[in-house]
Design a protein around this ligand. Sequence first.
Ligand code: GBH
Length: 496
Amino acid sequence: MIYFAKMIFHLLIYNLILQIALSEPNNYSFPENFIFGVATASYQIEGGWNEGGRTESTWDYQLHKNPDLIVDKSNGDVACDSYHKWKEDVQLIKNLGVNFYRFSISWSRILPQGFKGSEINQEGVTYYNDLIDELVSKGIEPYVTIFHWDTPQALESQGGWLNESIIDDYTYYARVLFTLYGDRVKTWITFNEFHQICEEGYGLAKKAPFENLTGVADYQCGHQALLAHSRAYRIYEQEFKPIQGGNVGVVIDSVYGAPKTDSELDKNAAELQMQFDFGWFFNPIVYGNYPQVMIDRIDELSKREGYNTSRLPKFSDNEIETMKGSFDFLGLNHYTTNLCTLIGSNNFPNPSHARDCSVETSADPSWKPSAASWLWYVPWGMRDVLVWIKEHYNNPPVLITENGWATRGKRLNDTDRIEYIQNYLSEVLKAIYEDNCNVLGYTAWSLMDNFEWTRGYTEKFGLVHVDFNDPNRTRTPRQSYSFYQEIVRTRRLVNK
Ligand code: GBH
């Protein structure tokens, strides 16, 4: 009897804790057309780096040369071994019950030499054919990211995204993919996060190719990448869409910039930050050109620094026309929020993207940190960023293409990840029902633990744990996997 009472007591306490952890989810259910998915990226999961005719990407090349670039000196040579274990991955996705799987294609698996006109590698083509067929046969829609940072080294060695010839190389590659897979792939994403490729890759040496020429190379990279995006969009629109009927979007990441205080100055700082990070890429895609505030400030500073042209390249009238409206949906990667305040430009290196913007960002000390130094738990930022996008770009269709929480170690009872997903989704629902934001769906990052770039295998984002010490790379679903499965099944937040 006492035993029984004790058990009930424990159950009550457990429920109470769960209720507190999950705080108050709202009562909305997800709209009928709202879709759910999970995401990964080729270099982070595939491995098989030199198998089936694949050549090195800039990541392979850099990490083979200098393992010290990564905290645990690891690399993506094997990663989750999805090059061999893709069937198991698809089964996990199937059991999760989601509508789509967002994955990326490794450019150097399809085109080992990378460049325009180069030979197509049949073994690489077969790998993705098999994956796509398996997904389709299980009722999961393939959502393909054409480029998620793994530039073929053959192209990187010629300057990569700083050399305008990459625009033709990229559009050739995109056309090859549309031709090969467009009968089954109806949702394409041209680029994942220009900002990380260009600012972290060429500006701040935090991502391959680890260049640090901020204020110059980042803008040049962004320029080529935007042009490559818009041309690929038009190629699909004109040559493939009439037959294949799919959609082409682009993924832009946004750390939401919120004002540090209610002051007008801080509100300006937040706006500036959003324009310099998010607007840098989405403004051209919607309106044809960089945000005016960016053009003006960089022109002005460049002059003062003695440059004879602006460090921010200019688009021609034709390019503006090609760019304007070059998206069917915006893919939004959103994880966290920063507080913004203006500070003097002398606090930043000269020149630099940070100096051009001159905003100091910080986290509120009360925000819960994750295992990733940049990621805090700020659910309301999800709603605010959706509203900001709605107001600035005339309520475009937005697919949330990534959102997730970082943990450390194996821990399968990832209640913090559950809380994060629950409350971020709750804000998505408010944005839909209370603010009329046009949100098409949600994608959890990530299906499974994977190679987290310079953090190696130390930071985990997976709904599924992967044992990287085990040659079999055994996959074990975490609690968050069942939790997300429940949301997808019931189409509402849990515990209501
Ligand atoms: C996504 O980017 C990527 O698309 C995905 O590949 C990745 O695995 C996932 O995030 C998790 O990180 O200045 O060194 O602190 C999210 C964008 C990445 C933007 C980290 C801010 C800060 C790096 N964010 N970045 S650092």
